[in-house]
Ligand binder design. Structure first.
Ligand SMILES: [Zn+2]
Length: 463
């Protein structure tokens, strides 16, 4: 009995301009995909033949262009065509991939797969907690599990939940039923974190439900507000041994999730950039982080805005300051041949700086994707990267050859701080800056989303 395994992921942002190109995807094929996916052993242990397809994962970006999408989707479909007798398919998607002219990239691929495999073939998915679930997803997938953590730390466990359920159902001839309920709210992504109430208790409830006999997975999907599409919203999704059970539990979770809609607030100081810069300079804490949330590359933005760097250049702080991960191909390549310590003039800032160090960019999936150049302006070090990057952990600073521990103020292009950076932050300031990942929903101008939608509309709702 065969199970096909693949992964294809890129979270989209409708306002961002840089579409991911083929080379932006970290790519493996065949057995090498198991450098990244953890499900092989569980399938083999249960006596299945595992057929690896591809792993193609990119940093969140603008919508995916059709030819880039088809380049990877076709490779997965080729594997499915060559193994059309497979009894199971496992795919690790993001769940918010928006493809030009197509819409949901995940749904489109599932529809193609269903045309090839037998009607009894079970399809299992693992998804990001920020998946925007389409109304039809459960018509094409049998088992679906989503991350239970935001910031995300349970990618492996989430893959295993779907893989274990798939192996169990195939071995025992059990038919799983998946049911989704759209919850009509769309909140600022960065206010939704699972370590805090009310999400903490709701997630615990899903864990308890999954321990019961009839339920394979119980999921809360929080939605991804930066895509203008009809499937953009929160949802709940339950996979169970009967349709009725899946529906009843999904509705119950949906009502509970809806009831929390007024409870989400920023979990740190959230202020306009000018105020964040002032507070960081005046703050007494050992190390203060500012997140440039409007230009958050982990939400698809370009990472090329320099507003906060310019504010610091004007303030000329006494504190050692690092502004990390500004996408600027021309600066990195224009000055790459200069030696450390050499002076350079940056026309766009009308400033002379000093080359501090040459380095590398650690990519989204921890591979090296290009070069970085750090230029000092007095106490301010600006880390420029030739391609889009996300400074989500100390390793990103290490690869760029800058010592994170030497700074009192650190600016990164994120929304919430990733778990890996938290230990280095004695205080966090969330800068409400402009850009493709601006957190003000009303400023996003979403036209295709389902209405009514809280908080854009005031209304009563029950699943
Ligand atoms: Zn996510």
């Amino acid at each position: 009995m065969k199970i096909i395994v693949a992964s294809f992921q890129c979270e989209s942002n409708s306002k961002a301009k840089l579409h991911p190109q083929k080379h932006d995807f970290e790519y493996f094929k065949g057995e090498d995909i198991f450098k990244k996916l953890v499900v092989k052993e569980v399938f083999e242990k249960n006596g299945f033949e595992v057929v690896p397809s591809i792993y193609a994962v990119a940093l969140p970006s603008a919508t995916v262009e059709r030819d880039t999408y088809e380049y990877y989707a076709e490779q997965i479909l080729d594997t499915v065509r060559e193994n059309s007798d497979a009894e199971g398919v496992f795919i690790f998607f993001h769940g918010s991939m928006e493809v030009e002219e197509i819409g949901s990239g995940e749904l489109y691929l599932l529809k193609q797969i269903r045309k090839i495999v037998s009607k009894d073939c079970l399809i299992a998915l693992s998804l990001d907690a920020h998946a925007n679930i389409t109304d039809e997803l459960c018509d094409y997938a049998d088992i679906i599990s989503g991350f239970k953590t935001v910031p995300h730390t349970d990618q492996a466990e989430t893959q295993m939940r779907s893989a274990n359920a798939l192996a169990y159902c195939l071995k025992n001839g059990v038919k799983p039923y998946a049911k989704m309920v759209r919850v009509p709210f769309l909140l600022k992504n960065d206010t939704l974190q699972t370590a805090y109430e009310p999400l903490k208790s709701l997630i615990e409830e899903t864990v308890a439900l999954e321990k019961t006999d009839e339920i394979f997975t119980a999921n809360l999907f929080l939605g991804h507000c930066w895509i203008d599409a009809p499937n953009t919203s929160a949802s709940t999704l339950v996979c169970a041994t009967s349709e009725k059970k899946a529906e009843t539990v999904a509705k119950d979770l949906a009502n509970k999730l809806w009831a929390t809609r007024n409870s989400y607030k920023f979990l740190c100081e959230a202020e306009l950039p000018e105020e964040c810069v002032k507070r960081a300079i005046a703050g007494k804490e050992k190390r203060i982080f500012i997140t440039d949330s409007g230009d958050n590359t982990t939400a698809g933005a370009e990472g090329d805005t320099t507003g906060i760097l310019r504010l610091f250049l004007t303030e000329n702080p006494k504190k050692k300051t690092c502004v990390a991960g500004i996408t600027d191909y021309d600066t990195v390549n224009g000055f790459w041949d200069k030696k450390d310590g050499e002076e350079v003039y940056l026309k766009s800032f009308d400033k002379t700086g000093v080359i501090k160090c040459h380095g590398e960019i650690l990519g989204w999936t921890k591979e090296i994707i290009g070069r970085s150049l750090t230029i000092s302006f007095g106490n301010i070090d600006a880390v420029f990267t030739e391609y889009r990057s996300a400074f989500i952990e100390k390793g990103n600073f290490d690869k760029a050859n800058v010592d994170l521990l030497s700074y009192e103020i650190v600016v990164v292009k994120l929304g919430y701080l990733f778990t890996e950076l938290k230990p280095y932050a004695d205080r966090e300031l969330f800068a409400l800056s402009d850009g493709a990942s601006c957190v003000e929903l009303k400023r996003l101008g979403l036209k295709k989303i389902v209405r009514p939608m809280y908080p854009l509309d005031e209304f009563d709702w029950k699943a």
